[in-house]
Ligand binder design. Structure first.
Ligand code: P1T
Length: 404
């Protein structure tokens, strides 16, 4: 067994590999006074922590919103996975995004964001930050670095990237975009929810901050809502930590436990999501009822080379356009038996959804269609079930739909 001090040394010297960090960091057994050697961290439910002296919080703990041992264990693990110095856990992905923007922006600042990012993020930017706080937003097609460069203004404070985007799976070059912001007072944020740190590490490519919806692949079991921020800059971390406590948008101890548990199998889950997604993408690509498949792992994918350059796998998310009208598209979705027709993604079970009616209905139809989110676009979060069952389910749904 790796003892605590040795574990710290291994981590410091970056000897511990991803899978090992995912299992051990944050859950080192405690043998000191009061420790019982648990290999799994207890769920610390206490809302407050007693102290012996008025001005000496016990081991730094005073009140659970400010700091909680189970959440802190998760925060250490989250940091380790993204090769970051700090991690912070929040009540949801959008709570993490809200705290990030509240901490780093003021009225009159400008955000440049990937055009087709998750619509909940877009809603947050457009309503809360633009309408209420007069933060300017420019949406650009970030597939071209020059579009980001052109959009930079003297008040630009954040470049917000989602790669791959939700649901069109468009990529942007994290390294090239980070380079164009060098020397400027601009923070590059990457939403790494789709890839997880197992397949993509934005901080190592030059980004400043990573955000996640831990609801998705990190937790991996569709039973917790949460969010995370990982970064290495001390000053920015202090600001975020202050706002995390001040706004109270924290992850609960129970959810922290669930995410700690989920992360232990992240590597093997991601491998299987990836393997199944490639098979499904190839199946769909060869199907006569499918017009286009958006999956960066396909050799035919226009940004396949960029995917190979900045990601170590292609993940479990894909979208495709069915050669059908809205009525038939709906029938196809409702004819599936194993795929659950549901929002969200990243769990062990396969999910399928209709972005225009479901996850991205917030975006007005005209704008949505201009982006490529048409009525015949379908998104899949490929689970880790047996691949033959998944393909058979899709095949049967296609047959039932075309027979009608
Ligand atoms: O749902 P929440 O934990 O608040 O996470 C928001 C979020 C942030 N970033 C990305 C890339 C996301 O996909 C999401 C949430 N997405 C869905 C619920 C969905 O079905 O696409």
């Amino acid at each position: 067994m790796i003892n605590r001090r040795r574990k710290k040394d291994l981590f410091k010297r970056n000897i511990m590999k991803f899978e090992t960090k995912a299992i051990h960091i944050g859950e080192e057994p405690k043998f000191k006074e009061g420790g019982s050697g648990d290999v799994v961290i207890p769920i610390h439910l206490s809302s407050t922590f007693a102290r012996k002296k008025v001005d000496e919080p016990t081991y730094g703990y005073e009140y659970s919103r400010t700091g909680n041992p189970t959440r802190n264990a998760l925060e250490r693990r989250l940091a380790a996975l993204e090769d970051a110095k700090f991690g912070l856990a929040f009540a949801s992905g959008v709570a993490a995004e809200t705290v990030l923007c509240l901490s780093l922006l003021k009225s009159g600042d400008h955000i440049i964001a990937s055009g087709d990012l998750y619509s909940g993020t877009r809603r947050l930017f457009n309503t809360v930050f633009n309408q209420n706080f007069e933060v300017e937003i420019s949406y650009v097609d970030a597939r071209e670095v020059k579009n980001v460069k052109k959009a930079i203004k003297s008040n630009t404070r954040l470049v917000w990237l989602e790669t791959p985007t939700n649901p069109l799976m468009r990529l942007c070059d994290i390294k090239a975009i980070s380079e164009i912001t060098e020397g400027k007072d601009i923070i590059v944020v990457v939403d790494n929810t789709f890839m997880s740190p197992y397949f993509q590490k934005p901080l190592n490519l030059g980004a400043d901050i990573v955000v996640h919806s831990t609801t998705k692949f990190l937790n991996g079991h569709s039973d917790s809502i949460g969010g995370a921020i990982m970064l290495s800059d001390d000053k920015t971390y202090s600001a975020l930590k202050f706002y995390q406590n001040t706004t109270g948008a924290i992850l609960s101890p129970f959810d922290s436990f669930l995410v700690l548990r989920g992360i232990k199998t992240l590597a093997i889950r991601m491998e299987k999501h990836n393997k199944n997604a490639i098979r499904i993408a190839e199946y769909l690509e060869s199907h006569p009822k499918v017009k286009r498949v958006n999956y960066p792992g396909l050799k035919s994918y226009p940004q396949h080379n960029l995917a190979r350059k900045q990601m170590s796998g292609f993940g479990g998310m894909l979208s495709f356009e069915i050669d059908a009208n809205l009525k038939e598209t709906r029938a196809f979705l409702e004819n599936l038996k194993i795929f659950a027709l549901a929002e969200s993604l990243g769990g062990v079970e396969s999910l399928i959804e209709h972005p225009a009616i479901m996850t991205h209905s917030y975006i007005p139809k005209k704008e949505r269609e201009k982006m490529g989110i048409t009525d015949s676009l379908i998104r899949i979060s490929v689970g880790i079930e047996d691949i033959t069952d998944l393909i058979e389910d899709l095949d049967n749904a296609f047959k039932r739909t075309t027979q009608k």
